[in-house]
Design a protein around this ligand. Structure first.
Ligand code: FAD
Ligand code: NAI
Length: 496
């Protein structure tokens, strides 16, 4: 007995000590350390954006070689794969973002971060003009800065195909405020449907949530919405829950076109079991305030009433990207995005690298591609800086009469080594999507083949993959805490 007590005390001591050590390390690590100031002798890298491509670059870039300036309308990084979970309250908005300053806090040289929207890039004079587009503006709210290298990673915006009414009446799911707005709108529909004396037809309209686009965004949102319905609405609004109808509209013959056939079927049958209506080969033609006009397979037009419409029909270029293309009409002629060479150098733009969703390449516009491109450019820039430094050394060695030939030869060898920048190569790690009711689908490269898997085990894999991919211990802690909170207390149904 006494032996067990001793073990118990020892164990407790170890737990307390390691807990204390963990808290000490986290606290010591959470603020910026000593950082060098910008050096006028170094080249300036201006980074536009704070998304997947830009953040991956910032994490990897050695700031010893450069002065780095980041410009983005959001002063944070958003972990987009978990954004659909925010739209129904499974996760809290701040759990999946990370301030950009937090990401750059341990860099050798201080990174300048400006919350601003780049309005134009002058590729001839190598400058960027950006503005403060927030609510509060100071005496200076627009400025122009020069760059030596520009990392252009502004992402894309929602594709509406110019369909009337989309911008005015739809909700989107691309940025953090979109998910917050969705959550509020959803609860507004539910509360309005629950209003005393509400008419039957109006209840059915308000409780009809339409999702346009059967790509991963639309599918994941529909899956999350189904969970909210089953886990929470059914107990808080029992008289309304069975009136909630989720419809997914897709112009193509099936949803999730990038996934394997087996997983498409699995998703479609899971949705059927979850009473999510999939309307394939159906095109939205117009969105009105309370109804949507669709064209079905037989070219028939139908007008369907809805309470909330979520538009997830893919990406298109931002205005600034279209303006940039217009400056280089001879080489930039793809509406889909910017054209780059195999080293991600913008065609026609000296010193400009374009990465991620703003480009038109053979890769899908995904976080995986963008982050690998960011890491690649960080390495490429470092090699270029090292080469420049070595060339200066070589120049002075050659100019000096005291230099030994072996010394010169060694530097030449090093220059040859760093000059070899390989073209960008994408390594696909697989595709994952959550489809609701604690099921996910995954297409994973497996040895030389492909492993297509779906179900509850895949859901656990999905969760662990995303937890490990989150940017920081802080994000992991917050997301795990949210998941536990929802398991214990359910989602919060208050409308903010
Ligand atoms: P973004 O990450 O969009 O970053 C663009 C940045 O540029 C942002 O910080 C923005 O604020 C900033 N910006 C915009 N305009 C300007 C301007 N004028 N000046 C300066 N900065 C500007 N991909 C996956 O691989 N796996 C997934 O599970 C996955 N899930 C997703 C879920 C959702 C809901 C969505 C919408 C996308 C998902 N994606 C996923 C796709 C992925 O998010 C994108 O491919 C990825 O974000 C592209 O990275 P990016 O850096 O090019 O653009
Ligand atoms: P998407 O481009 O993949 O899908 C949009 C869908 O909308 C298309 O299937 C298209 O046919 C359909 N559509 C377009 N116009 C329509 C209309 N008028 N009526 C009906 N249907 C219409 O867009 P999404 O889902 O936003 O994804 C964008 C990118 O982000 C993709 O590369 C995707 O792979 C990636 N992504 C990845 C995720 C994951 O891996 N889990 C999650 C979300 C996005």
């Amino acid at each position: 007995r006494s032996f067990l007590q001793t073990v118990g005390r020892v164990t407790l001591g170890v737990v307390v000590l390691s807990g204390g050590a963990f808290i000490y390390v986290v606290q010591r690590d959470r603020h910026p350390g000593q950082q060098a100031a910008h050096d006028p002798a170094k080249k300036t890298v201006v980074v536009l954006g704070s998304g997947w491509a830009a953040t991956s670059l910032l994490k990897k870039l050695d700031t010893e070689y450069f002065n780095v300036v980041v410009i983005s309308p959001h002063n944070y990084f958003l972990f987009t794969p978990l954004l659909p979970s925010v739209s129904v309250g499974t996760l809290e908005p701040r759990s999946i973002i990370q301030p950009t300053r937090y990401i750059t806090r341990h860099k050798k040289r201080r990174v300048e971060v400006y919350e601003g929207e780049a309005r134009s890039v002058d590729v001839k004079n190598k400058t960027v003009t950006f503005v403060d587009n927030s609510d509060i503006k100071g005496a200076v709210s627009a400025t122009t800065i020069p760059y030596d290298y520009l990392v252009y990673a502004v992402g894309a915006e929602n594709q509406t195909f110019g369909i009337p009414g989309v911008r005015e009446h739809s909700c989107f799911l691309k940025e953090l405020p979109d998910a917050e707005k969705l959550r509020t709108r959803l609860m507004d529909c539910v509360e309005t449907a629950a209003f005393k004396g509400q008419e039957d037809a109006e209840i059915d309209r308000l409780m009809h949530i339409m999702v346009v686009g059967g790509g991963p965004t639309g599918v994941e949102f529909a899956g999350e919405l189904h969970d909210f319905l089953v886990d929470d609405l059914q107990s808080w609004y029992p008289e309304l829950a069975n009136r909630l109808k989720i419809s997914l509209i897709e112009a193509l013959p099936n949803v999730l076109p990038v996934f394997s056939k087996q997983l498409i079927q699995y998703t479609e049958s899971t949705f059927k079991a979850n009473k999510i209506d999939i309307l394939t080969r159906t095109m939205v033609k117009e969105v009105k305030e309370k109804t949507v006009v669709v064209q079905d397979e037989s070219k028939q037009l139908k007008e369907i009433p809805y309470g909330m419409l979520v538009w997830a029909a893919g990406n298109t270029s931002r205005q600034i990207t279209r303006d940039l293309m217009a400056q280089l009409p001879d080489v930039q002629n793809q509406r889909r995005g910017l054209l780059v060479d195999e080293y991600l150098r913008l065609l026609g733009g000296d010193g400009v690298f374009a990465l991620g969703d703003c480009t038109a390449t053979s890769y899908a516009p995904t976080a995986q591609v963008a982050s690998q491109q960011g890491a690649y450019i960080a390495r490429a820039l470092e090699q270029m800086a090292k080469k420049e430094q070595l060339e200066k050394t070589l120049h002075s060695l050659r100019a000096s009469s005291n230099s030994k030939p072996e010394e010169i030869e060694a530097v030449v060898k090093q220059i040859n080594k760093v000059s070899k920048i390989k073209p960008f190569h994408y390594s696909h790690q697989g595709s994952l999507a959550y489809i609701g009711s604690e099921k996910a689908v995954a297409d994973l490269p497996f040895f030389n083949g492909n492993l297509a898997t779906g179900g509850v085990a895949t859901f656990l894999f999905w969760r662990s993959a995303y937890i490990s991919n989150l940017l920081s211990a802080r994000n992991r802690f917050l997301v795990l805490n949210d998941w536990m909170k929802v398991k214990l207390f359910g989602r919060d149904v208050s409308r903010e």
